[in-house]
Design a protein. Structure first.
Length: 255
């Protein structure tokens, strides 16, 4: 009984100590941040941003609307050296969860060929993870409907190449550069589609010239190659038509 009581006191003391360290960390670093002030001052001190796209599923490819619909996990990462700390000074705390409105977050990263309402990645009131080396990570879930040029001339044996174009919509004021080394395109949670097979997925960094602002900027293109399941089309569409046509012939034979 006495041992259990001592262990309870020790555990409670450690929890209070960790809470005190966390409080001090927020007081010294996080709460001093101004969300309106970016970690860069000019193009020479811009911030590198990584994008990781993880496909959960492709729900539809609409030939008439020329669109592709999908569900994705998106991970945005960037550096902010103003939020570095020594873990030894704060009870070995190496990361903390922070409300995004307490610190600066990139708000100009958008999907250029998105036709839905949520074109830009914005943490808003969500949580971000801040690491002791000055790295920040934001994970979000996204339903996307984007433009895709679809050619059905070889239907039902067609393949379609569709893409998501991520870029910075304010390159002259928000000095954000995309990090090629830490960006990725993954299929960890992919659910199969009954009509389409995902045959290939690639990530590409492209120089894009915007005539409206007359500047060239980097974009990150995520490409997916989708191949139609021709056997499914035959079974679900063509075969029933053939069977119905044969049955219609019997209408003239059977009295």
């Amino acid at each position: 009984m006495e041992i259990s009581f001592v262990l309870l006191l020790v555990t409670t003391g450690l929890d209070l100590l960790e809470a005190s360290n966390r409080t001090q960390l927020f007081k010294n670093i996080i709460n001093r941040m101004d969300p309106d002030i970016a970690p860069f001052e000019s193009a020479t001190t811009g911030t590198y941003v990584s994008i990781t796209l993880n496909i959960m599923g492709i729900s539809d490819i609409n030939e008439k609307q020329q669109t592709i619909s999908g569900t994705y996990w998106v991970i945005i990462g960037w550096g902010d050296l103003r939020m570095r700390w020594d873990p030894l000074m704060y009870g070995n705390i190496t990361s903390v969860q922070v409300k995004a409105n307490k610190i600066w977050t990139p708000t100009s990263i958008c999907i250029f060929n998105e036709i839905g309402n949520d074109k830009c990645i914005n943490a808003k009131e969500n949580q971000v993870t801040v690491y002791h080396m000055g790295h920040v990570s934001y994970v979000t879930y996204m339903d996307s409907v984007s433009q895709c040029r679809i050619d059905v001339s070889t239907y039902p044996y067609d393949s379609q190449l569709c893409s998501l174009y991520f870029g910075n919509v304010n390159p002259n004021t928000e000095f954000i550069w995309f990090n090629r080394q830490f960006s990725d395109f993954r299929l960890d949670y992919l659910q199969p589609n009954e009509v389409w097979d995902l045959k290939n997925h690639t990530i590409e960094f492209v120089d894009f010239y915007d005539p409206l602002i007359q500047t060239t900027q980097k974009q990150v293109h995520f490409h997916v190659l989708m191949e139609r399941k021709s056997f499914y089309v035959v079974i679900s569409t063509i075969l029933p038509v053939i069977i119905l046509s044969i049955l219609n012939l019997f209408c003239f034979v059977v009295p």
